[in-house]
Structure formats: C-alpha cells, structure tokens
Design a protein around this ligand. Structure first.
Ligand code: GAL
Length: 650
C-alpha cells in the first residue's frame, strides 16, 4: 500500500514547491493529488489557457519521485463561466438557485455545462495525458457534496421527461405503474410531468423514486463523458472518483462501472459527529471515530469498482466542517491508515499537505501547520510508512460474510421511511456492526449475484426485489438472513401483488400481512432466552413456520426455513448480535464476541486487531488461529493502538 497527500500548489509561492516535494518524500509519501479546484488558474479567461504553473508543479513533484494524480477541475466552474451561462446553476428543492462563491454550483442536467466539462477535461487530457509523471486521474470532486445531485432546474425537468419516455414508452404505462388514478394525478403526455418538488403534500413515491434514479443517471453520464475522454487521451492511467461517507444520492455501483478505482474521503471524527450516532457513542468515540465508520466504507467501496479502492482523502487532525471538531487521539491517524491496509486499500492519501490559512477551510488541519511545522498527522504518516514496510504485502481474501446493500433501496426508504429515520443505509450499518462485533470480516456487495461464494449472506434491507432478483437469492449456496422490509416493494415502489416479501416468499414461506413502526420508547419485550426488545419496527407475519424467537406476547420475530432466515422486526443491538452469531455458526463460521470497540480484520496473509475503545484491551481473550505470529502491537492493546499477526497460510 502506498501513501500520498492532497496538495494545492496554487496556494503556495512557487519557491516552496521543491521543498514541499522533498518533505513529502521524506515522510514516506509516493503519490500526490493536485488540480481538482484549479480551473480559474488554468483558464483565467474564456478559451485562454495558462498552463505554465501546472506544468511546473507537475514537473517539480514528479522529479522529486512522486506520482501525480490529476483532478479534472469541474467541481469549481469559474465565475466567468457561470456569468456566461447563468442557467447552469443548480436549483435546490425549494426552487432557490445555488449561488457562485463556494463550489459545486452546477446542474448535472445542463447540456451547456456538460459540454464545458468535456471541453476542460479534453484540454487537460491533451496537455497531460501522456505526461510520465501523471499516474492517475480523479474525475471532478465528490459528486453530490453539499446536496448537489438533485437539481430542480428547467434543464432537469426537460431531461427527466425524456428519461421517463424512454423508460415507459407510453404515458398510459407510466400512469399505470405509478398508480396515477389516485388523487387524479393522471397525465396525458410526458410533457405534462413536472419535477416532484414543491407539491402541496408529498408527491407520488414512484414519481420520487424515478426522479432519484434519473438524477443518479445524470451523475453516471457526467462522469462517463469525462472517463471516455481520459481513457482515449491518457491510456494506462487509473481513473478514480472520490466518494463520500454515508452518502447515497447517486448509485455508486453504477458510477463505479466506469472507474478503475473507487476512491473515498475518510473523515471518521466528522462523520461520527454529523450522523445518527447516540450522544453516548459520540462521547465514547469522539477522538477515535465509531469503530465501524471507516471499515464500513472500506468494505462498501471495495465492491464498487471491481475490487480496487483508495482512501484519497484521510482526516489528518481536526476538520472544520462538523458541529464539533475534536483532535484524534495520538495514534489514530496511523491506526486509520493501517486499518485501510487491512481492508485492502492500495493507497491512503492525507487531506491536506499543509493547512491553508485563508478562505473556507482555514480551520482544517493538514499534515503540516500553516507555518510549515510538521503537525501530529505528519508525524503519524511517517510512522505509518515505516509500519507498512514492516507489515509487508497484505493479500486479499474473501470475507466470511457478504452484506447486500443497494442504492435504490436506500432511496426507497428515504422517500417512504414509514417510521422516522428508518433507512436502508443505517440498517446496513447496524447489521455490519453486529457482524463485526462477532469478529467476522465482511464484503459489502450490490446484489445476491455478487454473494455466490460466501458462507453467510445478509440482506438487512433489500426492499426493491423483482422476480429476477429473487432468483439470484434463490441460487445462493450460503445461509441467508433477510432483514425486515426485504422484498416489500416492487422496483417502482409499489406493494407487490403477493405482499411482502414479494418474490422472496419462494425462499421462505411467509407473508407480511401488516407492519407497524414504533416511536422511541415504545418497545416490545422479546421472549427469553434473549430478553432484549423490539423497537422501531414490527411486522405481523402469516406462516405455518414456527418462529425461532417471539416477542413476550408471542408475536414471531425470527423465522428460519432451511438455510433462509427472516427477521420480522428491528431488535436491540445485543439481540441482533446474538441472532447473527447463531446464523453464522449454523453457516459453519466461528464468530467470537469481541469487547465493544475492538475490531478484527482477516486478510489472506494477516490478522489485524484495532482498539477503538478509550480503554486498554487484553488480547489474550481473543481466539487467535494457531500458527500466527504477532508482528506488531502489545499483548495489552492501549487505546488507539493495533496489533498485526502474520498467518501461516500467507
Ligand atoms: C472533502 C472535499 C475536500 C475538502 C475536505 C475537507 O469533502 O473533497 O475538498 O473540502 O472535504 O474535509
């Protein structure tokens, strides 16, 4: 695994570049990402290119021994471009235009901006496509950041109508599929269909889901226009895009089909603060991040572009954008780095090289302080480089468990949560946590077809399933755990004719006759021996099967039919862990209950343990396979420390 950093030569006097490059190399870095916000510098006036600065920056960095990852600059269209084409601006859900003055102010559906994106990409690729220092490209920067996938513009409306016409062929087919007889929503032509925002009360959920699919397809098309140009003009270089954390606005599997490498931007402390975690977890893990945040995304994005993935932005210290921005515990930057290695990353690149004392991110730390003194992140990057060399090559291995997560199911739960906060993404994360607390390694995959070889397959909330999808589940050889809401909707977001779990009922004979969602505090006790509780969601199941677990008043919660399990409720975290451990044992796996906040990860050659807890952990309590040799870490693992074993089969 390599290390790198994100660098903005345009922020610093040119006479600093050579020394910066030398210090990067001394720190153990071999890659540097540049250029993704440089449009105003390289094309200061329409059609007038000034390449000199970027030419020299690439030369200085490359000659120092760094491979350069060059970003196309389309996340920051310059002022002159916006002024020449004001309707390229994205329009938010309230109908308000997004203004110039930060970034990502463009609409993915605007053909004029799409042409500009292709033009600047081609200009850069013609200039640098064959440059020996360029090893890879990044397309744009963080598609969708700052809520910019959905745009409610005139361009979107027109293109959405074409997209619907291509999908449904006739307006009567669309009316029937969406159920537009309801509330007199019937359309006479595609030209009558508007975008689903600003309706008096909720728009038709099928309308929303198609708009979400359409908006995602626009991101795919935008990205593909760039990758086609880059592939033609810069052969042999990897093409990557940087995905975000807990972000599902576009289908990352679809975008990934055009990439060589899925990149992602890992900010464990910022994500902990900004997302759904309890106050107790936010305090317990404030300086480490929740133990599954980085790992969940490593495993998710490993499945998005054929297996290759990078952390292209790694948090190096306090960030500026969360509600609160604590500093990581000493050791965490190195731990996050080695954890990425354990999950199969080819590169970890820190964001950013040096803290920039001006503009929006002046409070965001870097590897260096603004006065160029090496900050804690830089110290730990150097330590990580030494550790990577000591650990050696880490080969991949199929994980114990495949966890299925698909983006359209998450859109479906956002459109129709039915109980506040019920989301496929969050459910996937909670099941992932339960599996990892059992010491299991996980591959996150898009569908059952990608889980054919796993001993255990878990689908926490695969809502939208048609007959073909159900057949893929039927073909699995491993044990299968289906979470509540599985197969509960058709791909157009309507209730299937046979009710939930739709065509999955061929795998386990039951019908979900009714569902209820439960507000916080409204719970149902589980029968002994588990003794936990149902919260949030409970289904009423009709079946001849005898449940393996019921609520205290006899309602079925866990059903099993051969190798297929169905969970008809959300249960507390301990109960979920126990249920999944039992399913894993039935599947021939060897789960082990880990101290909370400790995580194990097995590769083909190594075993890793990461201590996210604020307390020391005694590793002698772990079941470590015979013949392994500990090559790093103490037997009592201090907070923010990790251990590495070499396994004999490597
Ligand atoms: C990312 C983004 C970077 C920078 C960073 C700050 O979302 O790609 O440009 O803004 O966050 O943490």
């Amino acid at each position: 695994m390599r290390l790198g950093c994100c660098y903005y030569p345009e922020h610093w006097p040119e006479d600093m570049w050579a020394d910066d490059a030398r210090r990067m190399v001394d720190m153990g870095l071999t890659r540097v990402r540049i250029g993704e916000f440089s449009w105003a510098r390289i094309e200061p006036e329409p059609g007038c290119f000034d390449w000199d600065g970027l030419d020299r920056a690439i030369a200085v960095l490359g000659e120092a021994g760094l491979g350069v990852i060059l970003g196309t600059p389309t996340a920051t269209p310059p002022k002159w471009l916006v002024d020449s084409m004001p309707d390229m601006i994205a329009i938010d859900r309230d109908g308000t235009p997004r203004k110039f003055g930060s970034r990502r102010h463009y609409c993915f559906s605007h053909q004029g901006y799409r042409a500009e994106s292709a033009r600047i990409t081609r200009a850069m690729a013609e200039r640098y496509g064959q440059n020996p220092h360029i090893v890879a490209w990044q397309t744009d920067n963080e598609y969708g950041c700052h809520d910019t996938v959905q745009s409610f513009s005139d361009a979107s409306r027109a293109a959405f109508r074409h997209w619907l016409a291509a999908r449904y062929a006739s307006i009567s087919a669309l009316n029937a599929a969406w159920g537009n007889i309801f509330w007199s929503q019937t359309y006479r032509s595609f030209a009558e269909i508007d975008l689903p925002n600003l309706t008096v009360t909720a728009a038709n959920p099928s309308h929303w889901l198609d708009f979400r699919r359409y908006a995602s397809d626009m991101v795919v098309a935008f990205n593909r226009e760039q990758t086609n140009i880059l592939r033609a003009l810069s052969p042999g270089r990897d093409i990557m895009h940087n995905y975000m954390g807990f972000f599902t606005e576009f289908d990352h599997h679809d975008v990934g089909t055009d990439l060589d490498v899925a990149g992602w931007d890992s900010y464990p402390l910022g994500f902990l603060e900004q997302f759904w975690f309890s106050d107790a977890d936010k305090l317990r893990y404030a300086r480490q991040g929740h133990p599954d945040i980085a790992a969940f995304h490593h495993d998710l994005y490993r499945g998005c572009a054929g297996g290759r993935w990078w952390v292209i932005e790694q948090q190096p210290g306090p960030v500026n954008w969360a509600r609160y921005n604590p500093a990581p515990l000493p050791g965490m930057v190195a731990l996050w780095t080695i954890e990425a290695m354990a999950h199969g990353a080819e590169l970890v690149s820190y964001f950013r090289w040096r803290q920039y004392p001006k503009a929006q991110e002046q409070m965001h730390s870097g590897l260096l302080r603004p006065d160029s003194v090496t900050d804690q992140g830089g110290v730990e990057a150097r330590q990580a480089a030494d550790l990577i060399a000591r650990i050696g090559v880490v080969t991949a291995a199929r994980a114990d468990v495949a966890l299925i997560f698909d983006y359209p199911s998450d859109w479906a739960t956002q459109i129709e949560p039915q109980g506040q906060g019920y989301r496929a993404l969050r459910t996937a994360f909670e099941y992932y946590t339960a599996l990892r607390e059992n010491g299991l390694s996980v591959d996150i995959v898009r569908n059952a077809a990608d889980a054919a070889d796993h001993a255990l397959v878990v689908a926490p909330c695969a809502m939208l399933i048609d007959e073909a999808g159900a057949a893929e589940y039927g073909a699995l050889s491993g044990a299968l755990v289906l979470g509540p809401r599985s197969g509960s909707k058709t791909p157009v977001l309507t209730i299937p004719a046979k009710l939930a779990p739709g065509p999955l009922a061929d795998l386990i004979p039951l019908t979900v006759a009714r569902v209820e969602s439960l507000r916080p505090g409204l719970t149902e006790a589980l029968a002994s021996p588990l003794g936990g509780h149902v919260h949030g969601w409970l289904e009423y199941v009709e079946t001849a099967l005898t449940p393996r677990l019921t609520t205290a008043n006899g309602r079925g919660v866990w059903y099993q039919h051969g190798r297929v399990h169905y969970l008809a409720a959300k249960v507390d975290a301990d109960s979920l862990r126990t249920i999944l451990a039992s399913a894993a044992r039935d599947a021939g796996l060897a789960p082990q209950s880990l101290p909370s906040g400790l995580r194990l990860r097995r590769s083909g050659t190594h075993l890793f343990a990461f201590n996210y807890t604020p307390d020391p952990v005694d590793l002698s309590m772990l079941t470590i396979p015979a013949g392994t040799q500990r090559i790093h870490g103490d037997p009592i693992l201090a907070p923010a420390q990790f251990a590495v074993w070499r396994t004999t089969d490597g």
